[in-house]
Ligand binder design. Structure first.
Ligand SMILES: Nc1ncnc2c1ncn2[C@@H]1O[C@H](COP(=O)(O)OP(=O)(O)OP(=O)(O)O)[C@@H](O)[C@H]1O
Ligand SMILES: [Mg+2]
Length: 249
């Protein structure tokens, strides 16, 4: 995307945003609340029109080839969009039917397995934890194998274990060749997942690079002799233990 600008009335949200995301990579767009991350994702997924600038997704122009763009992408929004009354499996089958795919049941079972939801699959989504919902939401967005996926704050509000489960799922997607653009406010999420990271601030991309490139922007740390303290996250994860499928039983 090049020179994207977007204002809402007098509020200039994007003031010229340039970004390239390599195919099959994970790109993290960081920024504070209100920085314009969701606005970028909406423009790329054709839900909003930019005032000026151009963007291509999977080779298609978002302004003039919107239908092709929509066929190439899936969007998982900031808030999970699953139907509570249905079971996880029914949600997946429904979406596969809506997309006129062959054998919706097999597609659903495959996705349930990939997202460790097989046992929970027949239960109503209303009984799922936040992490399970989010995984189901991402699984739903993969139906039809879109080459590009947008994840808007995929782990906001999740506990540390659920976040790690979502990260695992996202990594597997990229390993399978899917291009992932995710937004996040969590620096560790970008560190864990992203091949490249950009920071959106005051309407512009102020840095863009790999984690190592970003770290080199700061002066080399002076050596300090302090005992290394575990982080709270280390403590939490050690005490609670790695979760596999047990939350679902
Ligand atoms: N439809 C709209 N009408 C008016 N203002 C809007 C609209 N959508 C977004 N904004 C404003 O644009 C700015 C950027 O919003 P955006 O949702 O893109 O931020 P964000 O980086 O996704 O923030 P968050 O981290 O809170 O999700 C905010 O100030 C928001 O109030
Ligand atoms: Mg947002």
């Amino acid at each position: 995307m090049q020179g994207l600008e977007k204002s809402f009335k007098h509020l200039k949200v994007l003031r010229g945003v340039d970004l390239e995301v390599a195919r099959g990579s994970i790109f993290a767009l960081l920024g504070s609340n209100g920085a314009g991350k969701t606005t970028v994702v909406k423009i790329l997924s054709t839900l909003l029109k930019a005032d000026t600038g151009a963007a291509r997704v999977n080779g298609f122009d978002v302004a003039t080839q919107a239908a092709d763009v929509r066929e190439s992408i899936s969007l998982t929004g900031q808030f999970a969009a699953v139907d509570e009354i249905l079971s996880g499996r029914e949600n997946l089958v429904l979406v596969a039917r809506l997309r006129h795919l062959k054998d919706p049941g097999a597609i659903a079972d495959d996705l349930l397995r990939r997202f460790s939801l097989t046992e929970a699959g027949t239960r109503r989504v209303a009984t799922y934890s936040g992490g399970m919902r989010r995984r189901l939401d991402i699984a739903m967005s993969l139906i039809g194998n879109p080459p590009v996926i947008f994840l808007d704050e995929p782990t906001t509000g999740l506990d540390p274990e659920a976040r790690i489960e979502v990260w695992q799922a996202v990594k597997e997607l990229a390993e399978g060749g899917t291009t992932v653009l995710l937004t996040t406010q969590y620096l560790d999420e970008a560190e864990q997942l992203a091949d490249r990271i950009a920071i959106l601030h005051e309407g512009r991309i102020i840095v863009n690079g790999t984690l190592n490139e970003l770290k080199q922007l700061l002066p080399a740390p002076e050596v300090e002799y302090v005992e290394k303290q575990p982080t709270l996250e280390d403590v939490f994860l050690t005490l609670v233990g790695a979760r596999t499928d047990k939350e679902q039983r």
